[in-house]
Design a protein around this ligand. Sequence first.
Ligand code: GLU
Length: 278
Amino acid sequence: MITRFAPSPTGPLHLGHAYSALLAHDRARAVGGRFLLRIDDLDQSRARVAWEEQIYDDLSWLGITWDGPVRRQSEHFADYAAALDGLTARGLTFSCRCSRRDIETAASAPQEGVPAFGPDGRIYPGTCRDLALPDTEATSTRLDMARACAAGLPAQFTETGPAHAGLHNLTAEDLTTTVGDVVLSRRQMAGSYHLSVVLDDAATGVTHVVRGEDLFEATRIHVLLQSLLDLPTPEYHHHRLIRDEAGKRLAKRDDARAIATYRADGASPADIRAMVGL
Ligand code: GLU
């Protein structure tokens, strides 16, 4: 078993991160497997070395040890670009110049029975799909979901988390209507979250992905990409989210629940484990 924890160094680790990291770590250690640490610093406009150092410090304090060197996404931009070029050469992507506002405007006429939002927010209305825009006009590259499904299905994945345990089959109808043409890269970013996590998990031999329930819907995109790129599909475990007293999920800005704050207040690693129900 190879698991991993993959935080973005864009803020302090909070209780939700601690839960995710401890769960993945404990699972691997329990069976003599490997636990990897990856720094998801894809978004260089938001990633900070100081947050990365705080991550190492908080994890070590929690008693978490990781195997092998830390993998940083910023050192693998060329790999993401190469994979994207491959998909483009197969006619599975298109160039897009839509701004967020363009997408809102084009999508604003609601159609009955068609979901408006997918795992990446507003489902792309298809504006640029058949325009064959030159690269110079594009601000992003999107996956042509219908073509991708034709090339990449059938595909399926096993989920072991509490909310969706079972075998999930992907269908073209579901992916085109509830996910749509997701972004695979932006002009200022080498790859998207989806493309990079799929490539990184495969490159590091991850067999079990343990992460928050909020990413369950995005898993269909990842499994489709694995199929298209001929990569193995790990087993997935999407765990419950740690919420505050009001039932709201914790976000990066909830500094009050940052591990560093608890540490400064004198909490022990055992206290943190107890707080997240481990
Ligand atoms: N870097 C992602 C995050 O912080 C996690 C990636 C993943 O688990 O797939 O949400």
